[in-house]
Design a protein around this ligand. Structure first.
Ligand SMILES: [Zn+2]
Length: 387
């Protein structure tokens, strides 16, 4: 039975010892990401340029329609003036005709007034004068009929123009809503441009960083190139000072702060362990490893952070130190348990000086894979860190 235990233990150990190379990423993948986001940015820019051209075209159409509407309105005004003028003319002619007819009635009915009214010196003259009146009224009637016809025509034209204008207004309003739709689309694309640019920037930085660390496209980062140092119980950098009372485990991991109080444990929404001591307390890495990020650009609340990658028997383990008030290391620097990497602070989303220690396996924040792969890989730091 003892032999079985040894066999099982050996099998388990050998599984633990197998580096999870498949979950690490090659430099090529970063290069591909640069290309992918660059293509995405170009696509967005092309779409926005296309939209701008479409909007310009629509604007030109709208201004043309507005011109047509204005012209039609002017035409309508002119027609209305003409109608009014014709109406006045009709009224005038009517009055004139009535006056003539009145005379005509008078002369045809009352002989006694003939001489007086027409000053006619003969009956022939009188008949002539009557015929003139008849012709005049007849003429006026014709003019009035013509004017009536003109009014009708102008009214019809006005109706047609009003109808045309209504159609133009409808067209204008549908063009306007199309224009608004395109402009809204452009604005929403525009809103995503900074994030795409940020991604390009980020992956470009990664590529140049790992190229600078001697990685080639086919290299698996942290596994076949830029391999971080292995955790060790003793500092290797010549700095033997790990801090008086440091808690160091046999696996080469240590507590990041000497004599700190654990103010918030890992669990629930809290994806790390909080260590509290005075502001400015020195912070050590949980194990020997390599600094691959320092700054306050990754965290939404602007917390100052250091990110370190560790090589635990070929497996990548990551540690994050947040809310720092100062750094003592540079990106690319190898650190060990004797290195003071920074100082306890309260930067970012924090109400007092403390250290937020977060750890993950296989995937590191801003190291490989996507952010959600990283968040799924977060572990309880006490899996490695001694209590
Ligand atoms: Zn915390």
């Amino acid at each position: 039975m003892k032999n079985w235990k040894i066999i099982i233990t050996c099998i388990c150990l050998s599984f633990l010892l197998i580096p999870k190379n498949t979950e690490a990423i090659t430099l090529k993948e970063y290069e591909d990401m640069v290309e992918k986001y660059t293509a995405e940015l170009r696509e967005k820019e092309a779409k926005m340029a296309k939209n701008d051209a479409e909007v310009a075209e629509i604007k030109a159409k709208i201004s043309n329609i507005e011109k047509q509407i204005k012209e039609a309105e002017e035409e309508i005004k002119k027609l209305e003036e003409e109608i009014e003028k014709s109406n006045k003319e009709i009224a005038k002619k009517e009055k004139e005709s009535k006056k003539l007819l009145k005379y005509f009635q008078v002369v045809s009915n009352e002989n006694t007034y003939l001489e007086y009214i027409f000053d006619a010196n003969s009956i022939t003259d009188m008949i002539y004068r009557i015929s003139v009146i008849e012709q005049l009224t007849d003429y006026n009637k014709k003019i009035m009929d013509e004017l009536e016809r003109l009014i009708e025509e102008n009214k019809k034209k006005t109706v047609d123009l009003n109808k045309k204008n209504k159609e133009l207004e409808n067209l204008k309003s549908s063009l306007n809503s199309e224009k608004e739709r395109i402009e809204k689309e452009t604005r929403s694309i525009e809103g995503t441009v900074p994030s795409t640019k940020g991604q390009i920037e980020f992956y470009k930085k990664q590529v140049s960083y790992y190229k600078g660390r001697g990685c080639k496209s086919s290299d698996v980062i942290g596994v076949t190139c830029d391999i971080p140092p292995k955790p060790a119980q003793k500092p290797s950098g010549g700095n033997e000072n790990v801090g008086t009372g440091a808690v160091i485990g046999t696996n080469g991991f240590r507590q990041p702060v000497v004599g700190a109080r654990i103010s918030w444990n890992y669990g629930g929404a809290h994806k790390g362990v909080d260590f509290t001591k005075g502001c400015g307390a020195p912070i050590y890495p949980v194990a020997a490893g390599r600094v691959y990020y320092k700054g306050n650009t990754l965290d939404n609340y602007g917390a100052f952070m250091i990110l370190i990658v560790h090589n635990v028997n070929g497996k990548l383990v990551f540690s994050q130190y947040a809310h720092l008030q100062g750094y003592n290391v540079n990106i690319g620097q190898d650190v060990d348990i004797g290195t003071v990497i920074g100082y306890m602070g309260s930067t970012g989303y924090s109400t007092g000086c403390h250290l937020h220690l977060e750890m993950s396996e296989n995937y590191g924040w801003a190291y490989n894979g996507k952010y959600n792969q990283y968040t799924r890989s977060i572990i309880n730091p006490f899996k490695y860190v001694p209590r």
